[in-house]
Design a protein around this ligand. Structure first.
Ligand code: PLP
Length: 460
């Protein structure tokens, strides 16, 4: 057996993959693909085929792959201090410096402290615990319910999978947990009514949130979770005026706002944060992915003044908070994050995401606005989507969603480009590394065009 076949066979036998059809993978019906090495925006598999990574891993490899500077920073910190915990006041230089930079340079005003984890899911899990703690210290034991939005993604743990507003993350796992509510997804393209203006649609989303709060009682609702731009639920930029209107409702009812910046943070939208992009003033922020560009796992919960003051007061009454992970503030992960931020700042990758992002959006519109298979072209910065429709005139999607977009992603892969099919509807997603150039964008759009044409041709 050749080495690649042996690897694939061992993979089928022993490795359990996330988000993967268990039977089809184990039986070999699903073709496995073993990745071997990567540099810049390109990744090579074990068979020697090279692809442009049009989705930056899972929209996380912001600085691109294979940076020597990252390897050196990680190696140097491993030699110096490979690990020590941050419980009971112990600390380390990289975690301290990273916290300072996150608060001073990479957060909206009013943020105070950073608590570290390893993934976006555990960051949001920590958020839920901090929110409960906050309400308990304030003597509001009933004010504990959480609101997220239909189609949102906030992780796939027991609590965070409950926040996630996608039925497939609930059905087989007895989720959502009680006390977690979902309100409307702001998808104007799909859910706007005939003749309804964008402003009218926003008013309807806001009214639905108000009704939910009224029905449940504002004194039972603790916090609202929102991604500035919804990611895996469809790469949906909010309609104009959405975030100011939603925030006004939350403020009126004394409901905390948690900004889930796991995708939007660190330049993806062409701004330092999604909050800055949309004028969001959050109480708490979750970051991960672009914080280290995926070189090592690291997440952060950024805590605002208002919540921090209550936590500090709580500790005077209750002692040390019994919440923690062994690897919180891991020095090697923090060193990787610091070098990642150095690269983003030095190479002005946020500005590049804005400039090349504008170009990407324009090229996608030019190529696909009139394509019969593409109903909607949307995005912001280096985050973009094509929504495929069975009948774009009637805004009619496919009967079995996700299959046509998967075929487009497969066709693109055959032609050397990785895109992501988001199967809730037939959505093809783009989120290349922030180092991408206009010439790279031309290549990405050309390959996508070929893939979409092929799939459209098969339907005729
Ligand atoms: N929040 C958002 C917005 C995400 O997109 C993701 C993952 O894609 C998460 C949280 C969960 O992050 P992780 O997969 O690192 O647990």
């Amino acid at each position: 057996m050749n080495p690649l076949d042996a690897l694939l066979q061992a993979d089928r036998r022993h490795l359990m993959h996330p988000g993967t059809h268990a039977h089809d993978h184990a039986s070999g019906e699903l073709t496995g693909r073993v990745m071997r090495r990567a540099a810049g925006i390109r990744i090579e598999d074990h068979a020697g085929r090279t692809y442009i990574d049009g989705f930056a891993g899972l929209y996380c490899v912001n600085i691109g792959y294979g940076r020597e500077e990252m390897a050196e920073a990680i190696a140097a910190q491993t030699r110096e201090l490979s690990f020590y915990h941050t419980y009971a006041g112990f600390s380390n230089g990289p975690a301290v410096e990273l916290s300072r930079r996150l608060i001073e340079d990479w957060s909206p005003p009013g943020m105070r402290k950073v608590y570290y984890g390893m993934s976006g899911s555990d960051a949001n899990d920590t958020q839920i615990k901090l929110i409960r703690y906050y309400q308990n210290v304030l003597g509001r034991p009933r004010k504990k319910k959480l609101i997220a939005r239909q189609r949102s993604y906030h992780g796939s743990g027991v609590a965070t999978g409950s926040l996630t507003g996608q039925p497939k993350f609930h059905a087989a796992f007895d989720l959502p947990l009680p006390q977690i509510l979902h309100t409307a997804c702001p998808d104007f393209y799909r859910d706007g009514r005939d003749g309804e203006s964008e402003a009218g649609f926003v008013a309807r989303c806001v009214a639905e949130l108000e009704q939910l709060i009224d029905r449940e009682g504002a004194d039972t609702i603790a916090a609202f979770f929102g991604e500035p731009v919804m990611g895996s639920g469809g790469l949906l930029p909010p309609p104009a005026g959405y975030w100011p209107a939603i925030q006004a409702v939350l403020r009126r009812h004394d409901i905390l706002f948690v900004a889930d910046e796991v995708v939007c943070g660190f330049g993806r939208l062409g701004s330092r944060t999604g909050c800055a992009h949309y004028g969001i003033a959050p109480d708490l922020i979750s970051v991960a992915k672009g914080l280290t560009s995926g070189y090592l796992p690291l997440s952060g919960v950024i805590v605002g003044e208002r919540v921090w003051d209550v936590i500090a007061r709580g500790s005077r009454e209750q002692g040390a908070m019994s919440h923690g992970w062994t690897y919180s503030g891991h020095p090697v992960c923090a060193a990787a994050a610091l070098t990642n931020l150095d690269i983003i700042e030095r190479e002005q990758l946020v500005g590049n995401a804005a400039t090349v992002g504008t170009y990407l959006q324009a090229q996608l519109h030019a190529a696909f606005d009139d394509h019969p298979l593409v109903g909607n072209v949307r995005g912001v910065g280096l985050l973009a989507a094509l929504e495929l429709m069975a009948d774009k005139g009637a805004r009619q999607g496919f009967a079995a969603p996700g299959k046509v977009s998967a075929r487009v992603a497969q066709a693109a892969l055959r032609h050397g480009l990785i895109l992501r099919s988001l199967g809730m509807h037939d959505i093809v997603g783009f989120a290349p590394p922030l180092i991408v150039s206009k010439a790279d964008v031309d290549e990405i759009v050309a390959i996508t065009h070929r893939a979409v044409d092929e799939v459209a041709g098969d339907r005729d």
